[in-house]
Write a protein that binds this ligand. Structure first.
Ligand SMILES: Nc1ncnc2c1ncn2[C@@H]1O[C@H](COP(=O)(O)OP(=O)(O)O)[C@@H](O)[C@H]1O
Ligand SMILES: [Mg+2]
Length: 270
């Protein structure tokens, strides 16, 4: 019979700790994209806030170690604290929305994280196994652009993680997002769906709608990748300003057309 080494036992213990910590979380979404600036963080915070507003218990975890946005977008300034067993206590944003961001471990808002692969992977693993979330209906994980250590580690460690891909209709985005779909194929993890953001613009003066990019590009990408196009969102002035005001539009203006579209999208997440 093969003998287990101490290393094997340690790995098995860590794996069990991770799975135990995730067991009380029902649905887990990885908000990802091959491209930066397409609206992953905007979508993550607004979807999380929308679901929390409809009565679900929601967690939001920022694993964009080099460019964390969740704390900024939610107006979180306080550092993270620890509780039982030195585990991290998420920041309570609203009654049912909790968030954890690497930003909460940094000394200042502008401090840079200069970590390479192994250290990043360790930090992300800790975020998955050492946060006192309590029971959650949804966890959203906001990731950096591309297919590097962060989304890779997330997908490897969380077996039931659902990738939610974000794009804009720009050719530059579509090409990179197609690569991110290929990354998912290589990992044998189909995307849950695609969201087309910054798709059109309605002029606040004359009400005229303008398509910003080829309006069929995202639909064509979804079809080519065999994934549903879950929704299209406009480039919206109020949504952009809400980020600067550090409060998701879904919370500050729940009846705004952008917030209604976010809620439609949230309803499709099952
Ligand atoms: N639909 C939208 N309408 C207006 N501004 C948006 C929209 N989506 C994102 N933005 C803005 O674009 C910038 C990049 O969005 P962000 O969510 O940080 O992208 P990512 O996380 O993909 O890098 C931010 O300033 C954000 O406020
Ligand atoms: Mg982001």
């Amino acid at each position: 019979m093969a003998r287990l080494s101490l290393g094997d036992l340690d790995r098995a213990r860590r794996r069990k700790e991770l799975l135990d910590s995730l067991a009380a979380i029902d649905r887990k979404y990885l908000v990802m994209s091959g491209k930066g600036g397409v609206g992953k963080s905007t979508l993550a915070v607004n979807l999380a806030a929308a679901l929390a507003g409809s009565g679900a218990r929601v967690g939001l975890l920022d694993i964009d170690l080099h460019g964390p946005s969740v704390a900024l977008a939610l107006g979180i300034d306080q550092p993270l604290t620890t509780g039982d067993d030195d585990k991290l206590i998420p920041v309570q944003v609203t009654e049912r929305l909790k968030a954890v961001s690497i930003q909460g471990l940094l000394k200042s808002r502008d401090e840079a994280v200069i970590w390479r692969g192994p250290r990043k992977i360790r930090a992300i693993r800790q975020f998955f196994s050492e946060v006192l979330w309590g029971p959650l209906d949804y966890l959203f994980i906001d990731s950096p652009p591309g297919t590097g250590d962060e989304p890779l580690t997330a997908l490897q460690l969380i077996p039931d993680l659902r990738p939610l891909m974000v794009t804009s209709g720009s050719r530059l985005a579509i090409g990179d997002v197609a690569k991110a779909f290929n990354f998912l194929k290589l990992m044998n993890r189909p995307a849950f769906g695609l969201v087309d953001n910054q798709s059109w613009y309605v002029c606040p003066q004359c009400g005229r709608r303008t398509e910003i990019h080829d309006c069929r590009a995202a639909a064509a990408l979804a079809e080519a990748q065999g994934t549903p196009l879950l929704g299209s969102l406009p480039l919206d002035l109020a949504a952009a300003r809400a980020a600067d005001e550090r409060r998701p539009l879904v919370l500050s203006r729940p009846e705004h057309p952008f917030s209604l579209l976010i809620r439609d999208l949230a309803a499709k997440l099952g």
